[in-house]
Design a protein around this ligand. Structure first.
Ligand code: C2E
Ligand code: MG
Ligand code: MG
Ligand code: MG
Length: 282
């Protein structure tokens, strides 16, 4: 964000914001070459079942191995990709790479678990979305039931449009998860109409869950609502045993967070399949 809002609504610039602008322009130039130079990397964060500690899925999270700046997190370059339209190319690349990798793991005797891929709003509203996802699945040979797409409430501002896109995605047999749940503005009355499979409770409700009664109440409410709507529910950002205990007491069985595992390189995931003791809790 290069602009700051002034008191009376005027925009003004500061030296730090100018630096930020220069950095963003440099990153934008570099990002254009990142795909062809093979600098993008997909990491995978395992998701677990709290009762038996089994790995139940992995979330694909893109990183950029920048030639001089090192490994950059998606928060630094996904917004630039979205502003410049590069998100289509990057998003397609991530989807194909995640499906290719998951198919390979399945073939090599890894667990038959799904991969979740994050979608940007622009991708979700892309007119050929369903066709190109079908294409990627055919190309890579991954069965649709092993692909889950993560979308957010903020993408569903027009419920009628969203429902028809979701129905199309449902028809090809992939799963849909509502990421960062609780931070958007979606009305609960629409939630029951959206053909989705899973709610992903945002990390911001988990951070203080063992000390904050209001966060505990919010999370308990989301979990029981999900159960009533027959949706799966997963909590993200679990870092401590205390947080895990509160969640399991409230019947949240699916867990993702540093407490179990950080996002891992493909090589590290592969090792965890064959040397499970490398991951906490296994
Ligand atoms: P997200 O989809 O909500 O992903 C979860 C983020 O939380 C990841 O950050 C993950 O590393 C981090 N995380 C997981 N467990 C913990 C924990 O216990 N503690 C803390 N502090 N953090 C945890 P990451 O990888 O930096 O990704 C940030 C966001 O970037 C993602 O949020 C997602 O919205 C976006 N993103 C990542 N990959 C892609 C992609 O391929 N396409 C698009 N469109 N967006 C992506
Ligand atoms: Mg996500
Ligand atoms: Mg999230
Ligand atoms: Mg997110």
């Amino acid at each position: 964000e290069v602009k700051k809002q002034g008191k009376n609504g005027h925009q003004f610039y500061t030296p730090e914001l100018e630096d930020q602008l220069i950095t963003n322009i440099e990153l934008e130039t570099d990002l254009r070459k990142a795909i062809e130079r093979n600098e993008l990397v997909v990491y995978y964060q395992p998701q677990f079942h709290a009762e038996n500690n089994r790995m139940i899925g992995v979330e694909a999270l893109v990183r950029w191995n920048h030639p001089t700046k090192g490994m950059l997190s998606p928060g630094l370059f996904i917004p630039i990709a979205e502003e410049t339209g590069m998100i289509f190319e990057i998003g397609t690349w991530v989807l194909r790479e995640a499906c290719r990798q998951m198919k390979l793991w399945h073939e090599h005797g890894g667990p038959l678990i799904p991969v979740s891929v994050n979608l940007s709003s622009q991708q979700f509203h892309q007119s050929n979305l369903v066709a190109y996802i079908k294409n990627i699945l055919e190309e890579t040979g991954l069965e649709p039931k092993y692909l889950e797409l993560e979308i957010t409430e903020s993408m569903m501002m027009d419920p009628a449009v969203s429902i028809s896109i979701l129905q199309e995605l449902n028809k090809i047999g992939i799963r849909i998860s509502l990421d960062d749940f609780g931070t958007g503005y979606s009305s609960l009355s629409y939630l029951k109409k959206f053909p989705i499979h899973k709610l992903k409770i945002d990390r911001s409700f988990i951070t203080d869950i063992s000390i904050s009664n209001s966060d505990k109440a919010i999370v308990a409410t989301i979990i029981s609502m999900a159960q009533n709507l027959k949706l799966d529910v997963i909590a993200e950002g679990i870092e401590t045993k205390d947080q895990l205990d509160v969640l399991t007491k409230n019947d949240c069985k699916e867990i993702q967070g540093y407490y179990f595992s950080k996002p891992l390189s493909a090589e590290e995931v592969e090792k965890s399949f064959f040397e499970p003791s490398r991951i906490k809790g296994l």
